[in-house]
Design a protein around this ligand. Structure first.
Ligand code: IFG
Length: 525
């Protein structure tokens, strides 16, 4: 059971500082008394070592300008620097310029690391790749006044506390999963999730596209999957589905936020929507009715029919074509009607099929009961520290994504006051969502096997974007910090202070967050 804190939400009046960034950066050196102020003369200067880098840094500059221009009403021209030198044109400047550079950053910062220098006269942000610049812009975003997020012209002043931040992620896989099958969510809702998750340096969006209650992605070779199988959802609503162009729009929006989409077609269980759409997919040739309840484990594809594997080949082939990311998720959870042998057979063949389409498999940890392809990633969703099958997979070289349901499942209630959410894995308070370590959760798991962590948001009880935001914030910020920041920074008191400083930002963004008790929520003067 999560630690339930019943004290009233606390509020605190204070200025936010360089120490309020979430996830906490690896290194923060404040320059006391130094403040940068953006002015209407400020420019965004870009430096790149090559033409392709110039395009990438230009895209980030446009993104940053898009954040700043609407609320400052400053022109903020973007000036590509032709020198290409490591010395940034903004440095030493006094006009309040911001320099973005894909040159001069230490190589050991990797693709997502960055160095942010803020002096009285200039801001310089440098990285080795666009992803690093983008992550650095999220940090800069949090160092600017929360009014930045209001979307309308604000008086300012647009100050940034002086100092140096050198930062890079602890884990390379930092994900959120959105279940769009139990309840369908429009492209605009998915984009909102992407935008909010990007603020906390999340870099993977796992979309749970198919389940018993709905099939959400068009497949040309099997059109009834979406047209019929997409027409239901929990509670009997109309459901819906993404056309391939809708999916391409989501993928493109995610990639502009340096986020990779991981699509999931859950098998062999959680397949009632597909079985209801095509009688031939059922062992007895009879299509069940569409399902709008919340039971799990009752459905399965037909292991002994060859049509099943033609179906999977068509589905994964078409999905791979529109998925630039490396992963296809095959689900694998709760196939309660199958024998272990039948389960292993269909999972083995599904792995082979995904491999023929050039993608790497991710599966819920039950897939460890099959013969795993070495590259297959096992996603742990248990609630106990003992998982011998996961340790065995890790020992064979399979990588692990940590999603323990009693720590990372965003669809669990916070506490008894939560109007939505499930409780099967226990209530998850904000402190409980934060106070664990992805490497220490499973007894005996080799730390080198852990790719990262992901927060699943299942939507049996979740119908609107407001519901999503209520369950995800603040707990996604907690998981995002566990995924990005050094283990040495884990300290609830310090984190809860940083978390409290997000409140003015979430208010300006209109985020429907839960003012969890035990967090000193900042009220700005
Ligand atoms: N377990 C099921 C999900 C969903 C979840 C709700 C997994 C991998 C419970 N499988 O989590 O489909 O019903 O919390």
């Amino acid at each position: 059971m999560g630690a339930v804190r019943d004290e009233k939400p606390t509020e605190i009046e204070r200025e936010t500082t360089i120490h309020d960034v979430v996830p906490v950066p690896a290194s923060v050196e404040p320059a006391d008394g130094v403040t940068f102020t953006l002015t209407d003369k400020s420019e965004i200067r870009t430096t790149a070592g090559s033409a392709s880098a110039a395009a990438e840094v230009g895209e980030i500059a446009e993104y940053l300008a898009g954040l700043l221009r609407p609320v400052t009403a400053y022109l903020l021209p973007i000036r590509p620097s032709t020198t290409g030198s490591a010395t940034l044109p903004a440095e030493g400047g006094t006009g309040g310029n911001i320099a973005l550079a894909l040159t001069g950053a230490e190589k050991d910062l990797g693709e997502e690391g960055y160095v942010l220098d803020v002096t009285a006269g200039a801001i310089s942000l440098r990285a080795n790749a666009g992803a690093g610049l983008f992550r650095g812009v999220q940090t800069l975003r949090q160092l600017l006044p929360a009014d930045l997020e209001s979307g309308t012209v604000q008086p300012g002043p647009w100050t940034v506390p002086g100092g140096r931040i050198v930062d890079q992620p602890r884990f390379s896989y930092r994900g959120i999963m959105l279940d769009v099958a139990r309840h369908f969510f429009a492209v605009s809702d998915v984009k909102r999730v992407i935008e909010l998750a990007a603020l906390y340096k999340i870099n993977y969006l796992h979309l749970h596209l198919t389940d018993d209650q709905g099939w959400r992605i068009a497949v040309d070779a099997w059109p009834r999957l979406a047209s019929f199988g997409g027409g239901s959802e929990v509670g009997g609503g109309p459901g819906g589905h993404y056309t391939k162009d809708d999916y391409r729009e989501i993928v493109s929006y995610a990639s502009h936020h340096f986020m990779t989409v991981v699509p999931e077609v859950d098998l062999p269980g959680h397949t009632n929507a597909a079985l209801a759409s095509y009688p031939e997919l059922n062992c007895d040739g009879q299509a069940p009715a569409r399902y709008t309840g919340v039971d799990v484990g009752f459905s399965s594809l037909c292991v002994e029919k060859e049509v099943t594997y033609r179906f999977l080949d068509d589905v994964f082939g078409e999905l791979a074509e529109i998925t630039p990311g490396p992963y296809l998720h095959i689900g694998g959870d709760e196939a309660k009607t199958l024998t272990a042998d039948d389960y292993a057979e269909i999972v083995n063949r599904a792995q082979e099929i995904v491999g023929t389409h050039g993608k790497t498999v991710v599966g819920w940890h039950e897939v460890a009961g099959a013969k795993l392809t070495p590259s297959t990633v096992v996603q742990f969703w248990g609630v106990t520290p003992e998982a011998p099958e996961v340790l065995a997979a890790a020992a064979r070289g399979n990588r692990i994504i940590m999603s323990p349901a009693n720590r990372a499942y965003l669809d669990m209630k916070y506490d008894s006051t939560s109007p939505i959410g499930l409780t099967w894995a226990g209530n998850i308070s904000v402190p409980y969502a934060y106070d664990w370590d992805p490497l220490g959760y499973l007894t005996g798991l080799d730390p080198a096997a852990v790719l990262g962590l992901e927060s699943p948001l299942w939507t049996e009880t979740v119908r609107t974007i407001d519901d999503i935001e209520y369950l995800a914030f603040p707990r996604l910020a907690a998981t995002a910090e566990l995924a990005w920041s050094p283990a040495s920074t884990r300290d609830w008191d310090r984190f809860s202070g940083r978390l409290g400083a997000q409140a003015p930002r979430w208010a300006a963004l209109g985020v429907n967050f839960y003012r969890s008790p035990g967090v000193p929520w900042v009220v700005e003067r």
